[in-house]
Design a protein around this ligand. Structure first.
Ligand code: SF4
Ligand code: SF4
Length: 89
């Protein structure tokens, strides 16, 4: 069961029972879509909402899972994405 929510620091968070947790700093995101292009599971998408920069930001899909490959983390030019495995709590 997945859950999409906003934390107090306005990161978009998805946590599932099986997959790693993806955190995106939505107000740092400039919507360049590099992370979307490189995600092998199509887990990321542009939100219909806009951030403080006036850009559509990236958020995880509720219907797909993250495999923890780190491609999105590596590709983001603004270090907006963090990936956490279960081992990291
Ligand atoms: S870590 Fe890999 S699978 Fe997970 S959201 Fe990023 S690119 Fe997609
Ligand atoms: S690569 Fe970074 S800045 Fe570009 S859309 Fe993804 S999270 Fe936003």
């Amino acid at each position: 069961m997945s859950e999409l929510k906003f934390t107090e620091d306005k990161h978009v968070v998805q946590q599932t029972q099986k997959s790693p947790r993806v955190e995106i700093k939505k107000d740092k995101c400039k919507g360049c879509r590099l992370c979307i292009l490189y995600c092998p599971t199509k887990h990321l998408k542009l939100s219909p909402q806009f951030n403080k920069k006036g850009r559509q930001f990236v958020e995880p899909r509720e219907t797909t899972g993250c495999v923890g490959c780190g491609f999105c983390f590596s590709m983001c030019p603004d270090a907006c994405i963090e990936i956490y495995t279960k081992d990291e709590g």
